[in-house]
Ligand binder design. Structure first.
Ligand SMILES: NC(=O)c1ccc[n+]([C@@H]2O[C@H](COP(=O)([O-])OP(=O)(O)OC[C@H]3O[C@@H](n4cnc5c(N)ncnc54)[C@H](OP(=O)(O)O)[C@@H]3O)[C@@H](O)[C@H]2O)c1
Length: 464
């Protein structure tokens, strides 16, 4: 089959078709890279060291490097990479339309964000070019439509680097595990949160100090809200749900809780329960004849110290999957960083180049071949809970809280109060036996309104 196939009418007029390449005779796969930042530079470096020019087998050729103000990027590259091993015939440009109009077979999109990344990816797919991207925001919001577009144009869209950086969990979900019926996915998907929580735990520093440290070490952006408040992780969870559970879910419909409210004292109390605290993203699909439900949320949670989640340190990522036939699987590794992420991008690129070379233009992805489910989204998990109160101490506080909990049919499992705290701001903990979020919520509102409460209690699920 000629590849890429070029639809006669649907292509945007401004975008030229790549020349047809068939079978082994078609020569090198022509690759254009758009976005020459951290990951783009790492992709270029590794391509130059492993597959381009004299280091390669001639199957790939880099045609363009595209970035705004590209001359500045080129100069910085030449200064920092002696000898400069980018082939001299590569075109450096700041005009992505020119790249879309070129004869490149594959576009690597590494700009990030929605605009102009969406225009670039749609334009490339429209023209029958395949796309490799690491863009989680784009795939989380438009993945199903873009996959559909790719499929209809006989092109491929690969996004293995968009979740968990260098950890090959998405390729595993889309191919290696597509023979199973997965029903659950849970992960530590945000390295910034994991770094900050690990530092609060190990150095016993306040959240604000841990954040400053993460920013100074390059593990957190100046505005880290997307990471801290769960926006980044829920976009990744939406992509995992798409690839692994065959579910179309809008990231905004997944509840996200911030890690900003976690304090060093919570790690002390968690430790007494055999646990630590991590930002966990989880999605469980419950199938039902009447209505499928995707239980999903992102937020700080207690996990056993001895569990796989409890052992994840610094900025690593971990994803656990649960399948009906294959049982549980774990994927662990570097969730970010130029080089690990570039490995995922290049692995996708090689896959695409091979399939183009073989004339196989159909993705084997389950998320394309099977119709997607559109379940109701809920955060109403049933779990045990950790409630940490901060109160102005006085007699009768525990009795009052116990009364409210009992009114709402909630069972106390344990009461923890360490000595040595200022009575004017006393932290103590109540843990609850399993109940649903919806059952707990009204009790929390009542308890937070009590006059001895200094601030609303911190409520975290305990994941056993
Ligand atoms: N870094 C990681 O560890 C990591 C991990 C997993 C996934 N990702 C994903 O990989 C992608 C790239 O991330 P990154 O860390 O490499 O980002 P980055 O360092 O900010 O690089 C983005 C590059 O795109 C350029 N760019 C931005 N807007 C542009 C526009 N409108 N036109 C042309 N060029 C533009 C930027 O140019 P300027 O220099 O002028 O800003 C920069 O060179 C993102 O989707 C990100 O989510 C990154």
């Amino acid at each position: 089959m000629p590849k890429p196939t070029l639809p006669k009418k649907a292509v945007k007029p401004a975008v030229a078709a790549p020349a047809a390449r068939t079978g082994a005779s078609k020569g090198a796969c022509r690759v254009a890279l758009i976005g020459f930042g951290t990951v783009g530079r790492a992709v270029t470096k590794i391509l130059c060291e492993t597959v381009l020019g004299k280091n390669g087998d001639g199957s790939l050729r880099l045609t363009h490097i595209c970035n705004r103000n590209v001359e500045r990027k080129k100069q910085a590259w030449v200064q920092n990479n002696v000898p400069n091993n980018i082939p001299s015939d590569v075109i450096w440009t700041d005009d992505f339309h020119a790249v879309l109009n070129s004869d490149a077979d594959v576009i690597i999109e590494l700009i990030g964000g929605l605009s102009p990344a969406e225009e670039i990816v749609r334009g490339a797919l429209q023209a029958g070019k395949s796309v490799v991207t690491a863009n989680k925001q784009l795939i989380a919001r438009h993945g199903p439509d873009l996959l559909q577009l790719a499929s209809s144009k006989g092109a491929r869209l690969e996004f293995g680097a968009s979740v968990a950086g260098g950890v090959p969990v998405l390729p595993a979900l889309r191919t290696g595990l597509c023979g199973d019926k997965l029903h659950g996915i849970a992960g530590i998907l945000n390295g910034t949160c994991n770094y900050i929580l690990s530092r609060i735990e190990s150095a016993r520093i306040p959240f604000s100090e841990a954040l400053e440290e993460a920013q100074a070490r390059g593990f957190a952006e100046a505005d880290a809200s997307e990471d801290l408040d769960g926006g980044d992780a829920r976009a990744k969870l939406a992509i995992l749900a798409l690839a692994g559970l065959g579910v179309r879910v809008a990231p905004e419909s997944i509840r996200a809780r911030t890690i900003r409210t976690v304090e060093a004292v919570d790690f002390d109390y968690a430790r007494e329960l055999g646990c630590t605290i991590r930002q966990i993203s989880r999605a469980d699909l419950k199938r039902d004849l009447n209505q499928d439900t995707l239980f999903a949320e992102v937020g700080p949670s207690l996990v056993p110290v001895s569990s796989p989640f409890g052992r994840v340190q610094s900025n690593q990522n971990l994803v656990l999957t649960s399948g009906k036939y294959g049982g549980d699987m774990a994927f662990l590794g570097a969730g970010a960083g130029g080089d690990p992420t570039a490995v995922a991008v290049i692995s996708d690129l090689k896959l695409v180049a091979e399939s183009l070379s073989a004339g196989n233009d159909r993705s084997v992805a389950r998320s394309v071949s099977a119709p997607l489910l559109t379940p109701e989204t809920s955060c109403d998990f049933e779990t045990p809970w950790y409630l940490r109160f901060l109160v102005r101490d006085r007699p009768g506080i525990v009795a009052r809280l116990a009364q409210i909990l009992s009114t709402h049919q909630l069972n106390i499992d344990a009461l923890l109060q360490n000595p040595g705290f200022d009575k004017a701001a006393l932290p103590f903990v109540i843990t609850l036996e399993p109940c649903r979020n919806s059952q707990l919520h009204p009790a929390l509102e009542e308890m937070s309104a009590l006059d001895f409460a200094i601030r609303p209690c911190l409520c975290l699920p305990i994941l056993r």
